[in-house]
Design a protein around this ligand. Sequence first.
Ligand SMILES: [Zn+2]
Length: 123
Amino acid sequence: MRVIFHSLGMKDKGTQLAASRKQLLQQMPDFSTILPGSLLSRMVHCNKPGCRFCEKGKGQGHGPMWILSVSLGNRQVRQIPIPNELKKEVEESLRAFAQVQKVLKQIAQVNLELLKERKRQRP
Ligand SMILES: [Zn+2]
C-alpha cells in the first residue's frame, strides 16, 4: 500500500485511500461463477452389493475421485463428486472465491481508514 501512496505524491490521505480502493476494485475477479469449499481427492465406496472394487476388507473403492467438500456450518459437510472434465472449472471458481474474499477484506480495511479520515476532517 505504501508504494501506491508514494507514487501519488503529496495528495491528502483521503485521496490516497480512495485511489487504493479503486486499484483494489480492479483486482476483483469475475465472481459470477464462485464456488465455496475445497477440492480433495479420495477413493469412493459405492456400497453396491457384490461390487468387486468395494468388497469388504479387500476392495479399495473407486477412484481416486475429486470431491468438492463444502462446510454447511454446525459441523456439517457436504461432499460433491466432481467429474474430471469439470475439475479445472471448479478449481478456477474456488480461486475466484478466495480472491473475492481477499479483496473484499482489503477494501473494508481501506474504508475503515477512510471513515477515520472523514471523521478527522469534520468541521
Ligand atoms: Zn463399488
